[in-house]
Design a protein around this ligand. Structure first.
Ligand code: ADP
Ligand code: MG
Length: 702
């Protein structure tokens, strides 16, 4: 079902009815009326209540049915049992948008759930934009609408905020009032019966008043729609979200490494990054970023210059810069010469540019002018420690003047509190973000730079591998028909072939004689592995023997593996052993897998393979479909990447070969929705190739 009502009547209504309006101060129906009036709403407000004549000076209508003509917005604040009939009456007027403030729906259990289903049906049928139920309401400063029961009126601003939690809405609004932070829109999503975060993104992308979009979400129901909406918005406006309720990694009883590591939090992280959404991990960061993005231009490169009147904080800032994607700018010789002309002899002319403790506002201004004009500098941070001679307010004014004339972002960091308070206020008022400590300032600049990089990245190329889907399908269908939930290595060989994945030569031997012959044909040394549809973790039953160098070793291994498996897994049918070519010496083991996330689809995993995968969790994730650059990033993102690049004389592995395996896995995941998980572990990579040496395909969720 595609529900895409026009949200203009919700955000900019011309005629509003408040059903359940009240004249009793303190009641929600009264607070909403008061808020609408206090916000300076210029359209018509119709309070609806069965009793009374007037509310806050406005004449009361006793029944929704008595309203003449259509409405843009109906705000419902009546007990849950009256909501459905009221909604029907509103729909008949008609009404274009409805906010249901009332609680007592899905969140209270079965009865509420059914009530919410009825609400959804009415609104979908009538094409009504429905916010809530169980929400705080909505504020839009441009259209002077405050249809909420929040305390206080936010100032107009460039930030739009939506939240799934009403409690967070009230706290943030209160905090923003104290910080002089304004909003374009402020939306409480409540139960998200119909309108959710995706609709907000789709609407706000074209909202001229909104420069930055902030949000708090607990979960996304339709991951595909969410990513599509986000991809449309993020190149135009930054979207910063907090996602709470990050669950621990996947199910305990997962049958693959991928299943055990890939949880919903990894899927969200991948979804955010692949759609250009910036993730904030706390509310403070959310607002630091909102302030920075809404007030300063983006840095067009990584080079940061720090101007400071004290050594220590300058070094702290340089350290924070070192831990980010930013770089300390190297000033041009011409700039250094100019600085030399007026800075005292003890000043440091190199970044951090230390203009020392007796610096007055004039010295700050001159230095900033030169630094900002330097082509090598992309962003500037001005640090001020309240020394005895410092001129806080004058310096703030000097910074503001420089910021006004510059297309480069400037961030201030006035350290301390009481002594610098007035300077900080001046800066904030003039849209220069001012922090108390260097680290969050650097974090903000860094995030803005990363965003600049993201939106300027060339569009990802779609790639598609030639494959034999029919051949793979046959194997999967056979396994399903046999009631199998897993396809183990010896059965999945054909799947690898269908996708043209390089694998070590592999032959199924049903007797020790056949094993010896196979080994001779492919050449020693070889690997022997148990082949049984019921045994998926072969090593666990002593079912893998590597580096077998001659006939005797192969014969002994065959007997040992099959007899041991028969003993340990009495229920298992044993088909024989796989004889497999050994990977070349010096090969490194990596893992490539995927797990189907319920919201976002196939989540692809890459990591260093072998037995430590789950302990070290040194893995990277992306959602399918992968682009070539996704695959390249995945390989380079893991901490042990240097091991693949080669340490102590090792040759680097063939990265492109690994990337191809990742891209094929992504393709396979999209081709077969009935596959729940798949894993190649290990993929043995060497200087020349990447061989898939084990495969496991899981058909159903366990
Ligand atoms: P399982 O995961 O079912 O226990 P694998 O087929 O992954 O069995 O084999 C276990 C380990 O044996 C691998 O992680 C790898 O270290 C080694 N191994 C398996 N096949 C080969 C091969 N063809 N060449 C070299 N080493 C191999
Ligand atoms: Mg394995």
């Amino acid at each position: 079902m595609d529900y895409t009502p026009d949200l203009t009547p919700l955000f900019a209504p011309k005629r509003i009815a408040v059903v359940g309006a009240s004249s009793t101060p303190g009641k929600i129906g009264n607070i909403i009326m008061q808020n609408l009036i206090d916000a300076g709403y210029e359209g018509e407000i119709i309070p609806v209540n069965r009793k009374g004549d007037e509310i806050l000076g406005l004449p009361v209508t006793h029944d929704v049915k008595d309203i003449q003509g259509p409405l843009d917005l109906g705000v419902i604040v009546i007990p849950p049992k009256f909501v459905v009939p009221t909604l029907e009456d509103l729909a008949a007027l008609p009404v274009k948008a409805v906010i249901i403030i009332t609680a007592g729906f899905k969140e209270v259990g079965k009865d509420g759930y059914y009530l919410e289903e009825q609400v959804k049906e009415i609104c979908t049928k009538a094409g009504i934009a429905l916010l809530g139920p169980n929400c705080l309401g909505m504020i839009n400063t441009a259209s002077k609408v405050n249809a909420s029961f929040a305390v206080g009126q936010p100032q107009p601003g460039k930030i739009a905020f939506f939240s799934q939690s009403g409690a967070l809405c009230v706290s943030i609004l209160d905090w923003a009032l104290g910080q002089n932070i304004g909003f374009s829109s402020f939306v409480s999503l409540g139960n998200k019966a119909l309108l959710d975060e995706s609709h907000m993104l789709e609407h706000l992308v074209d909202d001229p008043a909104t420069k930055v979009i902030l949000g708090y979400i607990e979960g996304v129901e339709n991951g595909v729609r969410f990513m599509r909406a986000a991809r449309k918005v993020t190149p135009k406006k930054p979207v910063v979200l907090i996602k709470s309720g990050t669950t621990s990694a996947g199910a305990q009883a997962a049958s693959s490494h991928t299943g055990a590591i890939a949880g919903s939090d990894q899927a969200y992280t991948a979804a955010f990054r692949q759609s250009g959404i910036i993730r904030a991990h706390d509310v403070k960061t959310l607002f630091n970023l909102a302030e920075s993005f809404s007030s300063q231009p983006l840095p067009k490169g990584p080079n940061l210059a720090i101007v400071t009147n004290s050594g220590g904080p300058g070094i702290l800032a340089a350290d924070a810069c070192g831990n980010s994607d930013l770089m300390m700018a190297r000033l041009s010789a011409a700039s250094v010469d100019k600085l030399k002309e007026f800075l005292p002899p003890y000043a440091s002319l190199y970044n951090p540019i230390d203009i020392i403790g007796d610096a007055d506002a004039e010295r700050y201004a001159k230095t900033l002018e030169i630094v900002l004009a330097d082509e090598r500098v992309h962003s500037v941070m001005v640090l001020l420690s309240p020394t005895a001679t410092v001129q806080v307010e004058e310096t703030a004014r000097a910074v503001i003047a420089q910021a006004k004339n510059s297309a480069k972002p400037i961030f201030a960091c006035f350290m301390g509190d009481v002594a610098v308070r007035e300077g900080r206020r001046l800066l904030q008022e003039a849209s220069v973000p001012c922090f108390s400590f260097p680290e969050p300032a650097i974090e903000s600049i860094n995030t803005m730079y990363q965003y600049f990089e993201t939106i300027n990245k060339p569009a990802a190329a779609e790639i598609c591998f030639l494959r034999h889907m029919g051949k793979a399908k046959k194997i999967i269908d056979q396994a399903k028909a046999a009631g199998q939930t897993e396809i183990v290595e010896f059965q999945a060989q054909g799947v690898l072939q269908a996708y043209d994945l390089p694998q070590p030569k592999t032959i199924l031997a049903r007797t020790s004689d056949e094993a010896v012959k196979a080994a001779k044909d492919m050449g020693y040394p070889v690997v022997l592995k148990i082949a049984s549809p019921q045994i998926s973790h072969k090593s666990d039953v002593g079912g893998v023997k590597v580096n077998l160098r001659d006939e005797d070793a192969v014969r002994a291994a065959y007997l040992d593996i099959t007899s041991r498996a028969a003993r340990m897994r009495t229920e298992a049918f044993i088909s024989g052993c796989l004889v497999q070519e050994m990977a070349p010496k010096g090969s490194r083991e990596v893992i490539v897998g995927f797990k189907r996330d319920p919201q976002f689809g196939p989540l692809i995993l890459f990591g260093l393979g072998g037995i430590y995968v789950e302990v070290l969790k040194d893995v990277s994730f992306r959602l399918a479909p992968l682009s070539i650059s996704d695959a390249q990033e995945m390989v380079r993102e893991i901490k042990s990447f240097p091991l693949l690049r080669g340490v102590r004389g090792d040759k680097p592995v063939n990265f492109q070969a690994i990337e191809d395996v990742l891209l094929v896995m992504s393709q396979f995941a999209l081709d077969f929705p009935e596959v729940y998980e798949a894993e190649f572990n290990p993929v043995l990579v060497s200087e020349t190739q990447a061989l898939v040496a084990d495969v496991r395909v899981i058909l159903a969720e366990h």
